[in-house]
Design a binder for this molecule. Structure first.
Ligand code: NAD
Length: 431
């Protein structure tokens, strides 16, 4: 099939490269000319394992190309995916101006029937607005369909997730749209949930909200463990082996972040509010997540005494390992909170330093590796569980720190081992 993907970000670029790898002809369009120029020159603007090779291979085979022109993409492709950003507005609503803009551009460029697919995460009823906008701006009355096909890939394992999804959700109004999308996804051999557009939109928001709820739930339990001297890792194992609950997403930590959970939670709360449902449960999930970060500051303060002028070393900046994405990363929030209290911050991340330099205060010291971070620090905080942080030489780290205080924000170290090495070790809900 000939496919146009509008928005060549984490989702658009990965989806485009994967669709091309499945044998389709794909053009990825983005209005960021610099991004497109870099892609045309063979550079990948984001860090995502395996993406560079996938893009290279499919460009070489002539199945994947890049453009800044929506018009050009829409002219040649029958299936158009909208994969632009849907960030949070100030009050928490999803900002749908990019989706609206692109819908109008598609409408004006359509030469004949087109299937327009929402891939971006959008609140329920957005499909109706997209359809309405295309009807209004498609002056020649050309036939089209709108569909919803939310994406569930995770940054860091995006290609694997796209190629081996647990399920594919397709929200459609017509048989033609259903047939096109079912055919497109046939090679993936995953269960396809065909539904109406509104249900598909809700599936995405509900899935992310449920996952965020699971994280806040285990974080709340971890605080109870802290208070009574129980161990959250054992508690989580005991809970998670119940198949009705499942062990995924039961790792206590410094809170969730990233470009999806915080924004999708807010957007779901806001859309629920607008249609007359007060989603208090999800507001509590947000509250627990914020509290988790505030609690961490208190833990650090309790160990180093006064924060002003203390040096806190932070390992990891991205919101999760294997990505350079720092959007809503809890590490960055915690760093900013510590800096407000007067602490000096040293940081290192294997992939996210470039992006973080644009976001963090000028006073932040960016180091070449974890050991440079640890040197003369009063406290070391593991914020993102990159694999390389699991393999550190802690004997060496203990020697070069000013005070051997280790805060394990992701519970990746063995508390007993760290205590034996002479660290004051604090995990999240660990004995
Ligand atoms: P992103 O910011 O990485 O990419 C969005 C791209 O859209 C940018 O490159 C931007 O330049 C481009 N864009 C914006 N307006 C445009 C326009 N008018 N014309 C052409 N291009 C335009 O965002 P992302 O992380 O890829 O997320 C995209 C959507 O997918 C969001 O709705 C997000 O919630 C959803 N989603 C993201 C993930 C994830 O892990 N990142 C997973 C599932 C779903």
């Amino acid at each position: 099939m000939k496919i146009c993907i509008i928005g060549a970000g984490y989702v658009g670029l990965v989806s485009g490269a994967c669709f091309a790898d499945l044998g389709n002809n794909v053009v990825c369009v983005d209005n960021n000319a610099e991004k497109i120029n870099r892609l045309k020159a063979g550079a990948i603007p984001i860090y995502e394992p395996g993406l560079e090779e996938l893009v290279k291979r499919n460009r070489k085979e002539g199945r994947l190309s890049f453009s800044t022109s929506v018009k050009e993409g829409v002219k040649t492709c029958e299936v158009i995916f909208i994969a632009v950003g849907t960030p949070s507005r100030d009050g928490g609503d999803a900002d749908l101006t990019f989706v609206e803009h692109v819908s109008r551009e598609i409408a004006q460029a359509m030469p004949s029937y087109r299937l327009i697919v929402e891939k971006s995460t959008v609140p329920v009823n957005t499909g109706e607005w997209v359809e309405h906008t295309i009807k209004v701006f498609n002056k020649r009355g050309i036939k089209f369909d709108v569909a919803s096909n939310p994406e569930f890939l995770r940054e860091g394992s995006a290609i694997k997730d796209f190629m081996n999804p647990d399920r594919i959700v397709i929200g459609v109004k017509s048989k033609k749209a259903k047939d096109i999308l079912t055919e497109l996804y046939k090679p993936l051999k995953a269960p396809i949930v065909v539904t109406d557009i509104k249900s598909a939109e809700i599936i995405k928001h509900a899935s992310n909200s449920f996952l965020a709820t699971k994280i806040s739930f285990i974080n709340a339990i971890s605080d109870i463990c802290d208070k009574v001297g129980a161990d959250i890792v054992e508690v989580a194992r005991g809970i998670g082996l119940d198949r009705r609950i499942g062990k995924e997403f039961l790792n206590a930590g410094i809170g969730f972040g990233g470009s999806c959970f915080p924004k999708d939670l807010s957007a779901f709360i806001r859309i629920a509010d607008k249609i007359g449902y007060d989603f208090g449960m999800l507001k509590e999930v947000q509250k627990v997540n914020d509290y988790q970060k505030a609690l961490l500051i208190k833990k650090i303060e309790a160990l180093v005494w006064n924060l002003p002028k203390k040096t806190i070393g932070v390992l990891g900046l991205s919101f999760k390992p294997d990505t350079d994405d720092i959007r809503q990363s809890p590490a960055l929030d915690i760093i900013t909170m510590l800096q407000k209290e007067g602490a000096k911050i040293k940081v290192y991340d294997p992939q996210a330093m470039g992006r973080a330099k644009l976001e963090l205060s000028k006073n932040t010291e960016f180091c070449k590796d974890a050991y440079a971070v640890a040197k003369n620090s009063d406290c070391l905080l593991l914020a993102t569980e990159w694999n390389e942080f699991k393999e550190l030489d802690f004997k060496k780290i203990k020697k070069i720190m000013r005070q051997p205080i280790l805060i394990d924000g992701r519970n990746i170290y063995d508390p007993e081992e760290m205590k034996k090495l002479g660290f004051t070790y604090i995990g999240i809900g660990r004995k």
